[in-house]
Design a protein around this ligand. Structure first.
Ligand SMILES: [Zn+2]
Length: 94
């Protein structure tokens, strides 16, 4: 039976501790709020309403999911209204 001790730090975490994280956008929540993931160690961050970058906690994840759904519904409603207005203009012109 092999009893391995878990690593305290992954190699990626060591590299990030020395040279810093390399964040890439993993998800666009709204036009101003994004989620980021470090390509080296996998740490996740998010933009907050105050404009700071915070660690992505379960609470932030839940808030972002709600915001994303709200934003998508709002955008689709705007697109529907624009299409409806352009259809009305076309029908009035002909
Ligand atoms: Zn990192």
């Amino acid at each position: 039976m092999e009893n391995k001790k878990p690593l305290l730090f992954s190699p990626g975490a060591w590299i990030c501790a020395i040279i810093g994280h390399r964040f890439e956008v993993s998800q666009n929540i709204t036009q101003h709020i994004r989620e980021y993931r470090c390509s080296c160690c996998g740490e996740e961050r998010t933009d907050t309403a105050q404009g700071f970058m915070e660690k992505l906690t379960p609470k932030f994840r839940e808030t972002n999911e709600f915001l994303s759904n709200y934003y998508k519904r709002r955008c689709s409603r705007k697109m529907f209204k624009k299409a409806e207005i352009s259809n009305n203009i076309l029908s009035e012109a002909s």
